[in-house]
Ligand binder design. Structure first.
Ligand SMILES: [Ca+2]
Ligand SMILES: [Ca+2]
Ligand SMILES: [Ca+2]
Ligand SMILES: [Ca+2]
Length: 633
């Protein structure tokens, strides 16, 4: 797990979020407790989304030549267990530029951005309540091309070599494991006590796999043991000086080289730098590519610089550089240098960033809701009559994997669906519509169609549809059979639990389709109620398919208005379905969701401005477990 300069920001954000949660109490404002869905007062335009779209702009570092490659960007957040949850992946253009809309949990105030050239935190601008917000991240703003700052060489060398004894560990946060990947640097973890000496950084060096310490400073540079782990320590001096360690590696013009190193400081001040310095045949520096480490925090943090080697390069100096003054101590560890990056399949995505490095037609996987967890669709099935809001009539877990090429076009789609609960007497089919012609689909496999209810074309899409409509199952009871007792399946606490079965769908296309055309998963999921083909139920404001019966709109309790794009909401603006892009414990049979999730009401009544994390588990005061189905782990 890699962390960057912005872990501090993250911690700050967590503090801000927790303080927001407490603000009601702090200001003594009483929340009005609504216990029945029928008492909810919801804006007629509220869409019941727990995600938001943010506009994100990223400029990759100017030290890298992107003219023939597309740089990969992974956008992730850290969950409560500090797992990296990747919510979006894309490629930058041949200027290293990316601009796009990404869908993220609405409670996030920012997102981590990962690229070969390092990880950064991108804070969303605008207020939490803004519907349109986003941010700009420029990798170049962390970089420079100046030579190492230096001091006049006057001091006698005090060169320390050898373990200096054990230093008590400081705060260690998300420490990365020692790298086992191919590393162009030798002894990057400082496990070997083998250091040479050079007077200063710009002296001649050879490629010999050794670190060299600059000796014309009076401070100590040496190995120390932190909690049994050897690291490099640059410690204090009484003078203002500069020094560090260097190693020379092979390099040739056009090589894309990436240097990363972990650093931390005991006293949180001063400046350090990591450098890639290409040298010519005479040993002269051709350029200075540096990532400044302006404040080395007390948390182990990974810093990264990527650069394309210029004409004339015969090798490259890797330099860890520091300013020294009284009281300053900096630790470095896990120096990793990778490269030269190659693109074996020639699709414009370098091997390190290519999920399919030997397949020019495929470049990366884009997951929804993310790479780690299943999301959940929760349906009410009594439309157009009013629902009982237990949101368990059909509960479907899902995870989509869109396989894209280097031009961000969809090549094929994998989708896993898990029927988790059937809290209904109706027989409801489940599928989804994609905004592409049915004829563009080549094949559909892995779905479960048992009978003659859903008619399909040869390619597996529903016949009679102009758009591609794929049914996952026409009878969920085949995936989640009735256990013999209890009212329904997995919605009553007294009845036996039935282990959900997961269907693995694979949809291939006749040719790739631009993501800008096909859009993003989860597309347009819906159920068909009780084998009445015209009776579809979709998420709020999602279009019915061409086979839905338009005569049903506006009947019963439905307040849809096709002329204005209003669909599947009551006059009171209540929904018949929810999409939770993550963990969801649905309610027990005939218990309104509002009883189990105590922040659902303030969330809905504030149009999503408050408690957009209402569905998350393990937040104190958010749930009343007696109304929620106790899904076994
Ligand atoms: Ca490639
Ligand atoms: Ca590829
Ligand atoms: Ca229900
Ligand atoms: Ca039910």
């Amino acid at each position: 797990m890699r962390f960057n300069t912005s872990v501090v920001f993250l911690i700050t954000c967590i503090l801000i979020i927790s303080s927001c949660r407490k603000s009601y109490d702090n200001y003594g404002i009483q929340e009005v407790v609504i216990k029945n869905m029928s008492d909810l007062k919801v804006s007629p335009t509220f869409d019941y989304k727990v995600t938001k779209q943010v506009t994100v702009t990223v400029q990759l570092p100017y030290t890298v030549d992107y003219s023939s490659i597309n740089g990969r960007l992974d956008f992730y957040y850290l969950d409560a267990d500090l797992q990296e949850v990747i919510v979006y992946t894309s490629m930058a253009d041949n200027n290293g530029f990316f601009n796009g809309l990404i869908d993220v949990p609405a409670y996030l105030e920012g997102i981590f951005v990962r690229n070969l050239a390092g990880d950064h935190y991108l804070a969303f601008s605008g207020s939490l309540k803004a519907t349109l917000e986003g941010g700009v991240l420029n990798y170049g703003s962390f970089l420079d091309t100046i030579p190492p700052l230096d001091t006049t060489v006057t001091k006698k060398a005090v060169f320390y070599s050898g373990m200096e004894g054990t230093v008590q560990p400081g705060v260690s946060f998300g420490r990365r494991q020692k790298s086992t990947t191919e590393n162009l640097i030798q002894n990057g973890d400082f496990s070997i006590n083998d250091f040479g000496s050079i007077p200063d950084w710009d002296y001649p060096m050879v490629v010999d796999g050794r670190w060299y310490e600059t000796s014309y400073i009076s401070n100590k540079i040496g190995r120390v043991s932190l909690a049994g782990n050897p690291v490099l320590r640059f410690s204090s001096t009484n003078y203002w000086e500069y020094g560090g360690v260097a190693q020379l590696i092979e390099a040739t013009p056009g090589n894309l080289i990436t240097l990363s190193a972990e650093a931390k400081s005991a006293n949180n001040n001063g400046v350090s730098w990591i450098y890639l310095i290409p040298r010519d045949a005479s040993g002269n520096a051709l350029a200075f590519y540096t990532r400044e480490v302006p404040v080395v925090t007390s948390i182990w943090t990974t810093y990264t610089i990527s650069a394309t080697m210029p004409a004339g390069t015969v090798n490259c100096q890797v330099l860890l550089w520091n300013e020294f003054y009284t009281g300053r101590t900096v630790y470095f560890d896990n120096v990793v240098v990778t490269g030269p990056s190659t693109d074996d399949d020639g699709d414009g995505v370098i091997n390190e960033e290519d999920d399919y490095p030997n397949d020019p037609l495929r470049a990366y996987d884009l997951y929804y809701p993310d790479n780690i967890q299943f999301g959940n669709f929760a349906f009410e099935d009594n439309w157009p009559q009013t629902a009982d809001y237990d949101l368990n009539d059909l509960v479907v877990g899902y995870q989509f994997k869109q396989v894209l090429n280097a031009n961000t076009a969809l090549v094929e789609l994998y989708a896993d669906f898990s029927i988790r609960a059937i809290g209904a007497s109706y027989l409801n089919a489940f599928g989804f519509e994609m905004p592409i012609p049915a004829s563009s689909v080549q094949s559909v496999t892995g779905n479960a169609l048992s009978g003659n209810f859903i008619m399909t074309s040869a390619n597996g899409t529903e016949s009679g549809q102009s758009n591609a409509v794929v049914f996952v199952t026409d009878d969920p009871r085949n995936q989640l059979p009735y256990p013999g007792t209890g009212e329904f399946v997995n919605t009553s606490a007294g009845a036996p639990w039935v282990e959900p079965d997961t269907l693995h769908l694979h949809i291939t296309l006749n040719s790739s389709i631009a993501l800008s055309v096909i859009g993003y998963a989860p597309y347009n999921p819906f159920i068909i109620v009780n084998r009445l083909r015209g009776r579809e139920i979709h998420l709020v404001d999602q279009m019915p398919t061409a086979l839905a019966d338009p005569a049903l709109f506006g009947t019963g309790n439905d307040d849809s208005d096709p002329a204005t794009g209003r669909y599947y909401k009551t006059v009171q603006n209540l929904p018949w379905a929810l999409n939770i892009p993550g963990h969801f414990d649905y309610p027990l049979e005939q218990n309104e969701i509002i009883g189990g999730y105590l922040k659902f009401a303030p969330w809905a009544m504030s149009s999503g401005a408050e408690y957009s994390d209402w569905y998350l588990p393990n937040i104190s005061g958010y749930r009343d477990e007696q109304y929620l189905y106790p899904t076994p782990e």
